[in-house]
Design a binder for this molecule. Structure first.
Ligand SMILES: Nc1ncnc2c1ncn2[C@@H]1O[C@H](COP(=O)(O)OP(=O)(O)O)[C@@H](O)[C@H]1O
Ligand SMILES: [Mg+2]
Length: 469
């Protein structure tokens, strides 16, 4: 008996839900989505009463699934399992959802939400209460597998409802107008922060008079999101400077940009710094790999040994030459301040500094900025990106800024859509442009491309016809 249907790419979440619901849960794993939502739904043999979609599904996939489910099972209750709330309104606005559930909500919150939705479906004649009977109640009584702090659980239990997404009676996508919606997430609304006095920053922010041309994406430690940010910068700048953006994989030992973009380069950075390419710009141009979104990539060295053979000054010289060809040069770098990265920094206009929210990483960024200032190698423009930002990190953005000694310019939230896009070989901006991390990356692009983004028209809106002229 599959009263509940889960479509998800998270085996961990599937296991959790299986513990809660036992044999009442039917699962279709998200891998089937590569064949389309219909292929997934064709695998469902019994009428599900409640479907849980996610985690790790993107907006398009969720939309297709909700559409297909409502078509096949008009009485179904729909829950999206998603970790964040920033762009939730859009999801709720456009999808026929009854509830949104955080994947980190406690078992009690999850069970409570499912019971409330079941109750609502029964009251509205969409299901029989016997549909939700548990044939093996012992399974549910098992202890909860994961621990969650009491404080979080309490927030989840108290905060959820608010004005309910469908409580205004509007019809959404043909779904019935009187839908009740239940919102349960484990995330708390951010507390209003007191307005801080303007701090004296150790590292003053961006110089607006200098035009961005070459950007190095740097971080003292690995795994902070440099490559992700570099890739999305290229993808996001390409529309403003079509075929005039180049992304250089300057992580000479373990560069992974072509993998993350599903490109198969015929030439690499080793060819781009070879004497033939140095002597002849036409030869240099044959070393670029074109991405269909309208930008070029200089691929990383084919092996760490070959990467190590590249001289730091050659890398700097390559950036200078690329600046003569392209409007924007973006350079992904090796973590830390090795000689290659220092050489890159000497030849760029902007540093995009990336850190996660770990205190150790933030302190390392502060040391890195101090060293760059001491060496006189700090590029004129700087963009401080706090990646993997998370309300549960035990640190506020303000704390992060004061540890580093510079304001945070862009906060990119942690999002499963980032990994999903990378596994699919697509920039996040293309794979899931509505994702909240994608929107944050657009803020970074707007900072960098401020000169290329057309200003809003100052022409006044056309007056309404009846207005006196
Ligand atoms: N905001 C984010 N939310 C979730 N995962 C992220 C985020 N940013 C990066 N990642 C993931 O973290 C891992 C490390 O990111 P990457 O860009 O390769 O870091 P770096 O180049 O600094 O080593 C990758 O698997 C990437 O998909
Ligand atoms: Mg990297």
């Amino acid at each position: 008996m599959s009263t509940y249907l889960l479509v998800s790419r998270s085996s961990e979440y599937e296991a959790r839900l299986r513990t809660l619901l036992g044999s009442r849960l039917g699962v279709v794993t998200g891998e089937f989505l590569s064949f389309g939502a219909d292929a997934v739904l064709d695998l469902v043999t019994e009428t599900p009463r409640i479907a849980l979609l996610g985690p790790v599904l993107n907006f398009e996939e969720t939309r297709e699934l909700t559409r297909g489910l409502v078509e096949r099972y008009p009485d179904i209750g729909l829950i999206v399992v998603r970790e964040q709330r920033a762009d939730l309104e859009d999801w709720v606005d456009e999808l026929s959802l009854h509830a949104v559930l955080s994947p980190v909500a406690s078992d009690d919150t999850t069970r409570d939400l499912l019971d409330r939705l079941a109750g609502w479906l029964v009251t509205h004649g969409r299901a029989e209460s016997s549909d939700f009977d548990d044939p093996e109640p012992d399974v549910v009584a098992e202890p909860e597998p994961e621990a969650e702090s009491d404080a979080e659980a309490a927030v989840a239990a108290e905060a959820p409802l608010g004005p309910l997404p469908f409580a205004d009676g509007a019809s959404r996508n043909g779904h019935e107008p009187d839908e009740a919606a239940i919102l349960a997430t484990a995330a708390a609304e951010p507390e209003p922060e007191p307005v801080p006095a303007q701090p004296e920053w150790l590292f003053p922010p961006l110089d607006p008079s200098v035009r961005s041309e070459a950007l190095a994406v740097i971080a003292p430690k690995g795994g902070q999101g440099k490559s992700t940010i570099a890739i999305n910068l290229a993808a996001g700048l390409a529309p403003y400077a079509p075929n005039s953006v180049v992304l250089v994989d300057g992580d000479l030992q373990f560069g992974d940009i072509t993998v993350a973009l599903a490109l198969e380069p015929t030439h690499t950075i080793v060819d781009a710094v070879a004497p033939e390419a140095v002597a002849d710009e036409l030869v240099l141009k044959t070393t670029f790999t074109h991405h269909p979104a309208g930008f070029f990539v200089v691929a990383s060295a084919p092996s760490p040994e070959l990467g190590d053979e590249i001289q730091p000054y050659s890398l700097g010289a390559l950036i200078d030459r690329l600046r003569g060809i392209f409007r924007y040069v973006i350079v992904d770098t090796t973590p830390g301040l090795g000689e290659h990265t220092l050489s890159v920094l000497e030849h760029v206009t902007d540093a995009v500094v990336v850190s996660n929210m770990a205190v150790a990483s933030l302190r390392a960024v502060r040391s890195e900025l101090t060293l760059l200032t001491t060496l006189g190698l700090m590029p004129v423009n700087r963009h401080m990106v706090l990646n993997f930002s998370d309300r549960m990190a035990g640190l506020t953005v303000k704390d992060a800024a004061s540890i580093i000694g510079t304001p945070i310019d862009v906060e990119v939230p942690r999002s499963s859509a980032v990994v999903l896009a990378s596994n699919r070989g697509r920039p996040l901006l293309h794979d899931d442009p509505r994702d909240h991390a994608a929107r944050a990356l657009q803020e970074l692009i707007a900072r960098v491309a401020r000169e290329d983004i057309p200003k809003r028209s100052r022409t006044p809106r056309r007056r309404r016809i009846l207005e006196p002229q």
